[in-house]
Design a protein around this ligand. Sequence first.
Ligand code: ZN
Length: 372
Amino acid sequence: RHVLVGNHRDAWVFGALDPSSGTATMLEVTRAFGKLKKAGWSPRRTLKFCSWGAEEYGYPGSTEWVEENMKSLLTQAVAYLNCDTAVRGNYSFRGRASPLLKEAMLSATKKVKDPHNADITVHDTWAKYDPAGGTLNEPRVNVLGAGSDFTPFIQHVGIPVTDQTYTYTSAWKISSYPVYHSVYETFEIMEKFIDPDFTCHKAVAQVLAELARNLADSLLLPMNPADYASAIETFANASLSSFRGIFTKKDGISFDGLYSAVKNFTSAANEFSKKVENVDKNNPLAIREINDQMLMLERAFIDPQGLPGRPLFRHIIFAPSSKNIYAASSFPGLSDLMYGLDENGPEEQWEEVKKHLAVIVYTIQAAAKTLS
Ligand SMILES: [Zn+2]
């Protein structure tokens, strides 16, 4: 089984932030793991560190590698941890992850000290500045859209992915840091203004190292299908509130199938959690079975046909919105088909909507079956 960590090495100009803050961070993790290995550490799973070319051209480097290694990735890759632009500000950590890895991401940030205050953790600052909302006293962990090398891993194969960064305040309301992709992305800017003591780099490196260690070394994979169930439920509710008005005016279409699929998936995930709690940790076959089920879960959300009109995006639950490639959209195929459509819209388009809703329902039911 393999845990992959990677970043690109090409840059628009000097690339001090994008990608080199990420590459420096990743190399620091390899240095630390190298030391551990020399001291006798041997992780249960293989760690692979990847350096990609041509990310800025639309990531053909990682995409072609994924295509070439599709078969082994399908059966062996546990997770891909992307490490692009590890530092773009000094305000707060921000981690994005597939729902399966949300818990592992949160637990890693609880183990790392805040770069500016050793009495609190990265998790504390993150939860304060970017709260999940509601009754949860935890940070927001968004799913990923596209726009970096994690895309082929999650969208072509169905490998859970993460991306982590230290960033600026969201109060600035800017789409990226001011020197993004410009000739001013220099080491001097980083050293003078953004992270003068490199403690933000260190914090991201420690989170990344802990995530990789946990995934590579834990007896049971640190993945939680119940988090996937609540993510899908949230997405389904969001879709319902967007489209309920139109759906009620249209004959022969409803969300009932989707809701019963989400319900089935949730109860399968809860049953699975019980199985994980009660597993005999001295039984290697039972451990293997659970780990393989976790490994295959994200794969179940991949439709080999791809999303309607977008064969390269195959994840049914989330994918980049076709209207904004950096943002993630839930049930992206449905959102695309419904874009600008009303109850009087063309019948062929409504047929596509019905067909795709059936695909979503089938996919979620099939994913629930992988957990039983
Ligand atoms: Zn980049």
